[in-house]
Design a protein around this ligand. Structure first.
Ligand SMILES: *Cc1c(COP(=O)(O)O)cnc(C)c1O
Length: 403
């Protein structure tokens, strides 16, 4: 129990009383928010350095996004894909252009985008590559996080995410993240795709060595294998570019997007790929009741317009440089290492000082909300609308809890 527990006992106890215990939230009960700041039920303000796992890249209640949502709520919210609505083409066209791909397939959650990517890659494998029926293999990396469905957790290496949820979906091979030789050795004639996060967020904001992704691209080209980039957390401005994979000078065959695509308002995810890949799907073979609904498309299109200006990518790059400079100053002073790109950092705190959980609890007491990952690693990912002052404040609090 921390001091924070005592501040909002009723709301916390109620939240615990009525829910499955599948999360262990910090003892903060948030009532409203704007930009990079949230306010709890007692009126205390916190800087949000998690940003909904990057679903809030544009900040809480971005005025343009809220306006787009309000306007759409007053006109049309749902049709199902049985009919076409007037927001659909605008969103899909804009997103396809942002991705530099021919086609887009909208879904809702990130896990659905991953599932869609897996289904499309397998169908492409059978119909285009000529893999024998039922033999398609997809290669993934250890330490991955791609979501929570039974198929996706089948290739997780995190015991918490995987254990006791079997039987597991076959068809996946797991290789060490960042190890090109291991990946090359795992490719067979039945390999249809390599599915990777350009930066592994849940694993602690891990970035593979220079040249890894260029090597992955070449390996995929040489073996007629699709490279699927899961940019659900790393994409849409987080790292200082539209897509994290751009830092590697590599273009994937398929982008998986989610989180920030919904502007922090509604769940919106999508797969983007060229016609030779996404074109394998025919009517009735895949779908979603809510995927591509009018409200989602109106918000998603507004998100795409924000990203098309490049303003948020530039902000993330510029402010990210400041964040990493400040965090770098803490290395050797309670911090063992810092990784990341743009406004995204994994910070390894000296385990002799604090666990990650203790660190985020103390940060919360000092008005900064962040999230631990494994052991003594915490991740920082403020909304891209955060100010220099906010960053300095947050890093000062981190410094204070390590003193
Ligand atoms: C969050 C996340 C997902 C899953 O998204 P949900 O919307 O929670 O289903 C998949 N991949 C990555 C990299 C993520 O960060």
């Amino acid at each position: 129990m921390t001091d924070l527990d005592l501040r909002t006992p009723a709301a916390l106890a109620d939240a615990e009383r009525w829910t499955a215990h599948n999360y262990h939230p910090l003892p903060v009960v948030i009532a409203d928010a704007e930009g990079a700041w949230v306010t709890d039920v007692d009126g205390r303000r916190y800087l949000d350095f998690l940003a909904g796992y990057s679903a809030l890249n544009f900040g809480h209640r971005h005025p343009g996004l809220v306006a787009a949502a309000h306007a759409q709520l007053d006109r049309l919210t749902l049709t199902s894909r049985a009919f076409v609505h007037d927001q659909f083409a605008d969103f899909c066209h804009g997103l396809a252009e942002l991705c530099g791909k021919d086609l887009v397939l909208p879904m809702n959650t990130g896990a659905e985008a991953v599932e869609t990517g897996i289904k499309v890659a397998r169908k492409w494998g059978y119909q285009v590559k000529g893999v024998p029926a039922g033999q398609a293999e997809i290669i993934v990396a250890d330490g991955n996080f791609h979501g929570r469905t039974t198929t996706i957790i089948s290739f997780s290496t995190d015991p918490d995410a995987r254990d006791d949820f079997g039987p597991y979906t076959p068809g996946f091979k797991i290789v060490p993240y960042g190890d090109l030789a291991a990946l090359a050795a795992a490719v067979t004639p039945n390999t249809v795709a390599v599915l990777l996060e350009p930066i592994q967020g849940e694993a602690g904001v891990l970035i593979p060595g220079e040249g890894y992704f260029a090597g992955v691209r070449t390996l995929c080209d040489d073996n007629n294998v699709l490279f699927i980039a899961d940019e659900i957390q790393s994409g849409l401005g987080r790292t200082g570019k539209t897509f994290a994979i751009e830092h590697e000078g590599v273009v994937p065959d398929m982008y998986l997007l989610g989180k920030a695509l919904g502007g922090g308002i509604v769940p919106v995810s999508a797969v983007a790929a060229n016609r030779d890949v996404l074109g394998v799907l025919q009517p009735g073979q895949h779908g979603s009741t809510f995927g591509g609904n009018p409200l989602a498309c109106a918000v998603g299109a507004a998100v795409v317009r924000l990203l098309a200006t490049g303003e948020f990518q530039e902000r993330s790059a510029r402010l990210g440089a400041l964040l990493h400079e400040r965090l770098g100053e803490l290395v050797g002073h309670g911090v063992l290492a810092v990784r990341g790109r743009g406004l995204w950092a994994g910070v390894d705190i000296d385990p002799a000082l604090l666990t990650g959980r203790q660190a985020v609890e103390r940060l919360a007491e000092r008005g900064v909300l962040a999230k631990d990952t494994h052991g003594s690693t915490i991740r920082l990912a403020p909304p891209l609308v955060v100010t220099e002052e906010d960053l300095e404040y947050a890093v000062a609090q981190l410094k204070a809890i390590l003193a």
